[in-house]
Design a protein around this ligand. Structure first.
Ligand SMILES: Cc1cc2nc3c(=O)[nH]c(=O)nc-3n(C[C@H](O)[C@H](O)[C@H](O)COP(=O)(O)OP(=O)(O)OC[C@H]3O[C@@H](n4cnc5c(N)ncnc54)[C@H](O)[C@@H]3O)c2cc1C
Length: 381
Protein backbone atom coordinates (compact mmCIF):
# COMPACT_ATOMS: atom_id res chain seq x y z
CA UNK A 1 0.00 0.00 0.00
CA UNK A 2 1.18 3.52 -0.77
CA UNK A 3 2.57 5.41 2.21
CA UNK A 4 0.08 7.86 3.79
CA UNK A 5 1.42 11.27 4.85
CA UNK A 6 0.32 13.36 7.85
CA UNK A 7 1.54 16.46 9.61
CA UNK A 8 1.16 14.90 13.06
CA UNK A 9 0.82 11.25 14.04
CA UNK A 10 -0.41 10.41 17.54
CA UNK A 11 0.45 6.92 18.78
CA UNK A 12 -2.10 5.78 21.38
CA UNK A 13 -5.63 7.06 22.06
CA UNK A 14 -5.64 7.09 25.88
CA UNK A 15 -6.10 10.36 27.78
CA UNK A 16 -2.78 11.77 26.47
CA UNK A 17 -3.41 10.90 22.80
CA UNK A 18 -7.07 11.97 22.78
CA UNK A 19 -6.23 15.28 24.49
CA UNK A 20 -3.59 15.92 21.82
CA UNK A 21 -6.02 15.17 18.97
CA UNK A 22 -8.78 17.29 20.56
CA UNK A 23 -6.37 20.20 20.98
CA UNK A 24 -5.64 20.08 17.25
CA UNK A 25 -9.29 19.90 16.14
CA UNK A 26 -9.39 23.49 14.82
CA UNK A 27 -5.96 23.45 13.25
CA UNK A 28 -5.42 23.20 9.52
CA UNK A 29 -3.07 20.25 10.03
CA UNK A 30 -3.64 16.67 8.98
CA UNK A 31 -3.55 14.37 11.99
CA UNK A 32 -3.53 10.59 12.40
CA UNK A 33 -4.35 8.68 15.60
CA UNK A 34 -3.16 5.07 15.86
CA UNK A 35 -4.71 2.88 18.56
CA UNK A 36 -4.00 -0.79 19.04
CA UNK A 37 -7.37 -1.55 20.71
CA UNK A 38 -10.98 -0.96 19.70
CA UNK A 39 -13.08 1.39 21.81
CA UNK A 40 -14.67 1.01 24.28
CA UNK A 41 -11.59 -0.62 25.80
CA UNK A 42 -10.70 -1.46 29.39
CA UNK A 43 -7.87 0.34 31.15
CA UNK A 44 -6.87 -1.02 34.53
CA UNK A 45 -7.11 1.98 36.85
CA UNK A 46 -8.35 3.29 40.20
CA UNK A 47 -10.80 5.44 38.19
CA UNK A 48 -9.97 8.61 40.14
CA UNK A 49 -10.26 11.78 38.06
CA UNK A 50 -8.45 14.55 39.92
CA UNK A 51 -8.80 18.31 39.43
CA UNK A 52 -6.01 18.40 36.81
CA UNK A 53 -7.95 15.90 34.70
CA UNK A 54 -11.13 17.94 35.03
CA UNK A 55 -9.41 21.28 34.44
CA UNK A 56 -7.57 20.04 31.36
CA UNK A 57 -10.78 18.67 29.89
CA UNK A 58 -12.40 22.07 30.46
CA UNK A 59 -9.36 23.88 29.02
CA UNK A 60 -9.65 21.87 25.80
CA UNK A 61 -13.31 22.87 25.55
CA UNK A 62 -15.44 24.22 28.38
CA UNK A 63 -18.53 22.27 27.25
CA UNK A 64 -16.74 18.89 27.34
CA UNK A 65 -16.93 18.67 31.13
CA UNK A 66 -20.69 19.42 31.15
CA UNK A 67 -21.16 16.83 28.44
CA UNK A 68 -19.19 14.22 30.38
CA UNK A 69 -21.10 14.85 33.62
CA UNK A 70 -24.46 14.73 31.84
CA UNK A 71 -23.62 11.53 30.00
CA UNK A 72 -21.90 9.47 32.70
CA UNK A 73 -23.03 11.00 35.99
CA UNK A 74 -19.73 10.17 37.76
CA UNK A 75 -19.49 10.18 41.54
CA UNK A 76 -18.25 13.53 42.86
CA UNK A 77 -15.56 13.15 45.51
CA UNK A 78 -15.53 15.72 48.28
CA UNK A 79 -13.09 14.20 50.73
CA UNK A 80 -10.32 11.65 51.15
CA UNK A 81 -9.95 9.43 54.19
CA UNK A 82 -6.35 8.50 54.95
CA UNK A 83 -5.95 5.56 57.32
CA UNK A 84 -2.72 4.60 59.04
CA UNK A 85 -2.32 2.25 62.03
CA UNK A 86 -6.05 2.18 62.72
CA UNK A 87 -6.44 5.96 62.86
CA UNK A 88 -8.21 7.91 60.11
CA UNK A 89 -7.61 11.44 58.91
CA UNK A 90 -10.31 13.15 56.87
CA UNK A 91 -9.11 15.56 54.20
CA UNK A 92 -11.46 17.92 52.37
CA UNK A 93 -10.83 18.05 48.66
CA UNK A 94 -9.03 21.29 47.84
CA UNK A 95 -10.87 21.49 44.53
CA UNK A 96 -12.91 18.52 43.43
CA UNK A 97 -12.65 15.22 41.70
CA UNK A 98 -14.75 12.41 40.33
CA UNK A 99 -14.68 8.64 40.21
CA UNK A 100 -15.59 7.31 36.78
CA UNK A 101 -14.84 3.90 35.32
CA UNK A 102 -12.02 4.32 32.84
CA UNK A 103 -13.87 2.31 30.26
CA UNK A 104 -16.44 5.16 30.25
CA UNK A 105 -14.06 8.11 30.58
CA UNK A 106 -11.65 6.92 27.91
CA UNK A 107 -14.49 6.00 25.58
CA UNK A 108 -15.97 9.45 26.12
CA UNK A 109 -12.67 11.12 25.15
CA UNK A 110 -12.31 8.86 22.12
CA UNK A 111 -15.89 9.56 21.00
CA UNK A 112 -15.12 13.31 21.12
CA UNK A 113 -12.16 12.69 18.80
CA UNK A 114 -14.29 10.73 16.32
CA UNK A 115 -17.03 13.37 16.46
CA UNK A 116 -15.11 16.66 16.60
CA UNK A 117 -11.71 16.14 14.97
CA UNK A 118 -12.63 16.41 11.30
CA UNK A 119 -8.94 16.78 10.39
CA UNK A 120 -8.05 13.46 12.01
CA UNK A 121 -7.84 9.98 10.48
CA UNK A 122 -8.34 7.32 13.13
CA UNK A 123 -6.73 3.91 12.81
CA UNK A 124 -8.24 1.56 15.40
CA UNK A 125 -6.82 -1.91 15.99
CA UNK A 126 -3.61 -0.64 14.53
CA UNK A 127 -0.45 -1.30 16.56
CA UNK A 128 2.55 0.82 15.68
CA UNK A 129 5.57 -1.45 15.81
CA UNK A 130 8.36 0.95 14.92
CA UNK A 131 9.18 4.61 14.37
CA UNK A 132 12.10 5.30 12.05
CA UNK A 133 13.55 8.78 11.67
CA UNK A 134 14.08 10.24 8.19
CA UNK A 135 14.95 13.76 6.94
CA UNK A 136 11.34 14.97 7.02
CA UNK A 137 10.11 13.34 10.23
CA UNK A 138 9.24 9.74 11.03
CA UNK A 139 8.04 6.65 9.21
CA UNK A 140 5.73 4.56 11.38
CA UNK A 141 5.13 0.92 10.60
CA UNK A 142 2.11 -1.02 11.88
CA UNK A 143 1.76 -4.76 12.53
CA UNK A 144 0.53 -5.39 8.99
CA UNK A 145 3.62 -3.79 7.48
CA UNK A 146 1.81 -0.58 6.41
CA UNK A 147 3.91 2.59 6.53
CA UNK A 148 2.79 6.09 7.51
CA UNK A 149 4.80 9.29 7.39
CA UNK A 150 4.48 12.25 9.78
CA UNK A 151 6.46 15.45 10.31
CA UNK A 152 6.04 15.10 14.07
CA UNK A 153 5.03 12.09 16.13
CA UNK A 154 3.42 12.35 19.57
CA UNK A 155 4.22 9.19 21.49
CA UNK A 156 1.23 8.63 23.80
CA UNK A 157 1.14 4.86 24.04
CA UNK A 158 1.43 4.39 27.76
CA UNK A 159 3.72 2.93 30.38
CA UNK A 160 5.07 0.04 28.29
CA UNK A 161 6.00 2.21 25.31
CA UNK A 162 9.01 0.64 23.61
CA UNK A 163 9.00 3.50 21.11
CA UNK A 164 9.51 6.05 23.92
CA UNK A 165 12.28 3.94 25.50
CA UNK A 166 14.05 3.64 22.15
CA UNK A 167 13.79 7.36 21.36
CA UNK A 168 15.10 8.42 24.78
CA UNK A 169 17.52 5.52 25.32
CA UNK A 170 15.88 5.00 28.68
CA UNK A 171 16.22 1.66 30.41
CA UNK A 172 12.90 -0.06 31.15
CA UNK A 173 11.58 -0.37 34.71
CA UNK A 174 13.28 2.70 36.14
CA UNK A 175 11.12 4.36 38.83
CA UNK A 176 8.33 1.91 38.23
CA UNK A 177 5.45 0.80 40.37
CA UNK A 178 2.78 -1.79 39.78
CA UNK A 179 -0.84 -1.52 40.86
CA UNK A 180 -3.71 -4.01 40.79
CA UNK A 181 -7.43 -3.46 41.10
CA UNK A 182 -10.80 -5.22 41.04
CA UNK A 183 -14.43 -4.17 41.35
CA UNK A 184 -16.37 -5.33 44.41
CA UNK A 185 -20.00 -5.11 45.41
CA UNK A 186 -21.46 -4.94 48.93
CA UNK A 187 -18.42 -3.41 50.62
CA UNK A 188 -19.77 -2.04 53.92
CA UNK A 189 -19.01 1.30 55.55
CA UNK A 190 -18.31 3.31 52.42
CA UNK A 191 -18.92 6.96 53.28
CA UNK A 192 -20.69 9.25 50.84
CA UNK A 193 -18.43 11.07 48.37
CA UNK A 194 -15.29 9.81 50.11
CA UNK A 195 -12.33 7.95 48.70
CA UNK A 196 -10.14 5.91 51.04
CA UNK A 197 -6.39 5.47 51.06
CA UNK A 198 -4.94 2.97 53.54
CA UNK A 199 -1.23 3.16 54.31
CA UNK A 200 1.36 0.82 55.78
CA UNK A 201 4.94 1.86 56.35
CA UNK A 202 6.43 -1.01 54.37
CA UNK A 203 4.58 -0.17 51.16
CA UNK A 204 4.93 3.62 51.00
CA UNK A 205 4.38 5.37 48.54
CA UNK A 206 2.05 2.48 47.78
CA UNK A 207 -1.32 2.13 49.46
CA UNK A 208 -4.54 0.19 49.38
CA UNK A 209 -7.47 2.16 48.01
CA UNK A 210 -11.24 1.88 48.14
CA UNK A 211 -12.93 4.19 45.66
CA UNK A 212 -16.74 4.22 45.55
CA UNK A 213 -18.44 4.10 42.15
CA UNK A 214 -21.79 5.74 41.41
CA UNK A 215 -23.44 2.34 40.74
CA UNK A 216 -22.81 1.26 44.37
CA UNK A 217 -19.80 -0.93 43.61
CA UNK A 218 -16.24 -0.06 44.65
CA UNK A 219 -12.90 -0.01 42.88
CA UNK A 220 -10.46 -1.64 45.29
CA UNK A 221 -6.76 -1.78 44.56
CA UNK A 222 -3.20 -1.83 45.79
CA UNK A 223 -0.03 -0.39 44.28
CA UNK A 224 3.59 -0.15 45.27
CA UNK A 225 7.07 0.40 43.85
CA UNK A 226 8.51 -2.59 41.97
CA UNK A 227 11.79 -2.35 43.87
CA UNK A 228 10.00 -3.06 47.17
CA UNK A 229 11.46 -6.40 48.38
CA UNK A 230 8.10 -7.51 49.84
CA UNK A 231 6.46 -7.15 46.43
CA UNK A 232 9.22 -9.21 44.85
CA UNK A 233 8.46 -12.13 47.14
CA UNK A 234 4.66 -11.85 47.19
CA UNK A 235 2.37 -11.00 44.32
CA UNK A 236 0.53 -7.69 44.42
CA UNK A 237 -2.74 -9.57 44.30
CA UNK A 238 -1.81 -11.61 47.40
CA UNK A 239 -0.70 -8.51 49.27
CA UNK A 240 -4.02 -6.80 48.52
CA UNK A 241 -6.13 -9.80 49.56
CA UNK A 242 -4.05 -10.49 52.67
CA UNK A 243 -4.28 -6.85 53.71
CA UNK A 244 -8.08 -6.99 53.51
CA UNK A 245 -8.30 -10.38 55.25
CA UNK A 246 -5.84 -9.61 58.05
CA UNK A 247 -7.07 -6.13 58.98
CA UNK A 248 -9.86 -6.43 61.52
CA UNK A 249 -11.87 -3.47 60.27
CA UNK A 250 -11.45 -4.22 56.58
CA UNK A 251 -12.23 -7.91 57.07
CA UNK A 252 -15.59 -6.95 58.62
CA UNK A 253 -16.34 -4.47 55.88
CA UNK A 254 -15.56 -7.01 53.15
CA UNK A 255 -17.25 -9.99 54.88
CA UNK A 256 -20.42 -9.70 52.76
CA UNK A 257 -18.66 -8.42 49.68
CA UNK A 258 -18.27 -10.09 46.32
CA UNK A 259 -15.43 -9.49 43.91
CA UNK A 260 -17.09 -9.09 40.53
CA UNK A 261 -14.02 -8.83 38.29
CA UNK A 262 -10.60 -10.47 38.30
CA UNK A 263 -7.76 -8.66 40.07
CA UNK A 264 -5.78 -7.12 37.21
CA UNK A 265 -2.73 -4.91 37.17
CA UNK A 266 -0.69 -2.36 35.28
CA UNK A 267 2.50 -0.35 35.47
CA UNK A 268 2.92 2.97 37.31
CA UNK A 269 5.82 4.96 35.81
CA UNK A 270 6.45 7.43 38.65
CA UNK A 271 8.02 10.75 37.82
CA UNK A 272 11.27 11.40 39.72
CA UNK A 273 11.52 15.13 39.04
CA UNK A 274 13.24 14.70 35.68
CA UNK A 275 11.72 15.15 32.24
CA UNK A 276 12.82 13.74 28.92
CA UNK A 277 9.98 14.44 26.56
CA UNK A 278 11.31 15.80 23.25
CA UNK A 279 13.75 15.19 20.43
CA UNK A 280 13.95 15.95 16.72
CA UNK A 281 10.41 15.51 15.32
CA UNK A 282 8.95 13.82 18.39
CA UNK A 283 7.28 14.54 21.73
CA UNK A 284 6.53 11.97 24.43
CA UNK A 285 3.44 12.38 26.61
CA UNK A 286 1.66 10.81 29.57
CA UNK A 287 2.79 7.49 31.02
CA UNK A 288 5.22 7.01 28.14
CA UNK A 289 7.05 10.09 29.51
CA UNK A 290 6.94 8.87 33.15
CA UNK A 291 4.54 11.57 34.32
CA UNK A 292 2.80 9.77 37.17
CA UNK A 293 2.60 11.61 40.49
CA UNK A 294 5.21 10.10 42.87
CA UNK A 295 2.86 10.08 45.87
CA UNK A 296 -0.73 9.70 44.70
CA UNK A 297 0.09 7.44 41.73
CA UNK A 298 -2.35 9.47 39.61
CA UNK A 299 -1.41 10.10 35.98
CA UNK A 300 -4.54 10.85 33.95
CA UNK A 301 -4.35 14.61 34.57
CA UNK A 302 -0.71 14.99 33.61
CA UNK A 303 -1.21 12.69 30.62
CA UNK A 304 -3.94 15.02 29.35
CA UNK A 305 -1.98 18.16 30.14
CA UNK A 306 1.12 16.84 28.38
CA UNK A 307 -0.91 15.74 25.34
CA UNK A 308 -2.42 19.21 25.12
CA UNK A 309 0.90 21.05 25.48
CA UNK A 310 2.68 18.76 23.03
CA UNK A 311 -0.04 19.27 20.42
CA UNK A 312 0.08 23.06 20.84
CA UNK A 313 3.85 23.14 20.36
CA UNK A 314 3.77 20.66 17.45
CA UNK A 315 1.29 22.93 15.66
CA UNK A 316 3.56 25.96 16.14
CA UNK A 317 6.61 24.04 14.89
CA UNK A 318 4.88 22.78 11.77
CA UNK A 319 3.61 26.28 10.96
CA UNK A 320 7.17 27.62 11.40
CA UNK A 321 8.57 24.80 9.27
CA UNK A 322 11.01 23.72 11.95
CA UNK A 323 10.39 20.52 13.90
CA UNK A 324 13.79 19.93 15.46
CA UNK A 325 14.38 19.30 19.14
CA UNK A 326 15.19 22.92 19.92
CA UNK A 327 11.89 24.11 18.47
CA UNK A 328 9.87 21.42 20.23
CA UNK A 329 11.59 22.07 23.55
CA UNK A 330 8.95 24.65 24.49
CA UNK A 331 6.58 21.72 25.02
CA UNK A 332 8.85 20.39 27.75
CA UNK A 333 9.37 23.90 29.16
CA UNK A 334 5.62 24.55 29.38
CA UNK A 335 5.08 21.19 31.03
CA UNK A 336 7.87 21.85 33.52
CA UNK A 337 6.39 25.24 34.38
CA UNK A 338 3.16 23.54 35.34
CA UNK A 339 4.30 20.32 37.03
CA UNK A 340 8.04 20.31 37.72
CA UNK A 341 7.96 21.95 41.15
CA UNK A 342 5.25 19.70 42.52
CA UNK A 343 6.75 16.54 40.94
CA UNK A 344 10.21 17.36 42.33
CA UNK A 345 8.88 18.06 45.82
CA UNK A 346 6.72 14.98 45.84
CA UNK A 347 9.51 12.80 44.39
CA UNK A 348 11.80 13.86 47.22
CA UNK A 349 9.08 13.21 49.81
CA UNK A 350 8.61 9.78 48.21
CA UNK A 351 12.33 9.07 48.43
CA UNK A 352 12.73 10.37 51.99
CA UNK A 353 9.82 8.38 53.41
CA UNK A 354 10.70 5.24 51.40
CA UNK A 355 14.24 5.37 52.83
CA UNK A 356 13.10 6.35 56.35
CA UNK A 357 9.63 4.85 56.77
CA UNK A 358 9.45 5.94 60.44
CA UNK A 359 8.75 9.43 59.03
CA UNK A 360 5.17 8.22 58.52
CA UNK A 361 4.83 7.69 62.29
CA UNK A 362 6.06 11.21 62.89
CA UNK A 363 3.71 12.62 60.26
CA UNK A 364 0.82 10.64 61.72
CA UNK A 365 1.66 11.90 65.22
CA UNK A 366 1.94 15.55 64.22
CA UNK A 367 -0.95 15.18 61.79
CA UNK A 368 -3.22 15.12 64.82
CA UNK A 369 -2.51 18.84 65.19
CA UNK A 370 -4.91 20.70 62.90
CA UNK A 371 -2.44 23.25 61.51
CA UNK A 372 0.24 20.66 60.73
CA UNK A 373 -2.39 18.38 59.27
CA UNK A 374 -3.48 21.19 56.93
CA UNK A 375 0.08 21.50 55.65
CA UNK A 376 0.60 17.76 55.23
CA UNK A 377 -2.69 17.20 53.45
CA UNK A 378 -1.63 19.38 50.52
CA UNK A 379 0.87 16.67 49.54
CA UNK A 380 -1.94 14.29 48.86
CA UNK A 381 -4.25 16.43 46.80
C1 LIG B 1 -3.98 -0.06 38.67
C2 LIG B 1 -3.80 1.39 38.28
C3 LIG B 1 -4.56 2.36 38.92
C4 LIG B 1 -4.47 3.71 38.53
N1 LIG B 1 -5.30 4.62 39.12
C5 LIG B 1 -5.28 5.90 38.71
C6 LIG B 1 -6.23 6.84 39.22
O1 LIG B 1 -7.13 6.49 40.01
N2 LIG B 1 -6.15 8.12 38.78
C7 LIG B 1 -5.21 8.53 37.88
O2 LIG B 1 -5.17 9.73 37.55
N3 LIG B 1 -4.32 7.66 37.37
C8 LIG B 1 -4.35 6.35 37.72
N4 LIG B 1 -3.49 5.45 37.16
C9 LIG B 1 -2.55 5.93 36.13
C10 LIG B 1 -3.31 6.15 34.81
O3 LIG B 1 -3.98 4.96 34.43
C11 LIG B 1 -2.33 6.58 33.70
O4 LIG B 1 -1.50 7.59 34.19
C12 LIG B 1 -3.04 7.06 32.44
O5 LIG B 1 -3.82 6.03 31.87
C13 LIG B 1 -2.01 7.55 31.41
O6 LIG B 1 -2.63 7.88 30.20
P1 LIG B 1 -1.85 7.71 28.81
O7 LIG B 1 -2.75 8.25 27.77
O8 LIG B 1 -0.47 8.23 28.93
O9 LIG B 1 -1.68 6.13 28.61
P2 LIG B 1 -2.77 4.99 28.49
O10 LIG B 1 -4.00 5.33 29.22
O11 LIG B 1 -2.08 3.73 28.86
O12 LIG B 1 -3.13 4.95 26.93
C14 LIG B 1 -2.21 4.47 25.99
C15 LIG B 1 -2.97 3.99 24.77
O13 LIG B 1 -2.02 3.58 23.76
C16 LIG B 1 -2.46 2.37 23.15
N5 LIG B 1 -1.25 1.72 22.64
C17 LIG B 1 -0.27 1.11 23.33
N6 LIG B 1 0.73 0.70 22.51
C18 LIG B 1 0.34 1.05 21.25
C19 LIG B 1 0.95 0.91 19.97
N7 LIG B 1 2.15 0.33 19.84
N8 LIG B 1 0.29 1.37 18.88
C20 LIG B 1 -0.93 1.97 19.01
N9 LIG B 1 -1.54 2.14 20.22
C21 LIG B 1 -0.91 1.69 21.32
C22 LIG B 1 -3.14 1.62 24.29
O14 LIG B 1 -4.06 0.66 23.81
C23 LIG B 1 -3.84 2.77 25.04
O15 LIG B 1 -5.14 3.00 24.55
C24 LIG B 1 -3.54 4.09 37.52
C25 LIG B 1 -2.74 3.13 36.90
C26 LIG B 1 -2.87 1.78 37.27
C27 LIG B 1 -2.03 0.74 36.58
Amino acid sequence: MEMQHFDIAIIGAGPAGCSAALTLQDSALSVAVFEKSTFPRQKICGDGLCDRTINTLKAIKESYLEEFLAKHNPLCIKQTKLTYKGRSYLVDFKNFGYISKRVDFDNFLFSLVTRDCKNTTIFEQCTIQSATKDDQGFVLQDGEGNNYHAKIILVCNGASSKIARTLTNEKPNENMGVAVRAYYKNVQGIEANTMELHYKKEFFPGYLWIFPIADGTANVGFGCKTENPICESESYRDIMENWINNDEELRKRFSESERITPIQGGLIPYNNGTFSCVGDNFCICGDAAHLIDPISGGGIGSAMLSGRFAAQQAEICIKNGNCNKESLLDYEKNLRKRVEKEMTTRASIQKTISNHPWFLDILAFFGRQAWIFNKIKNWYL
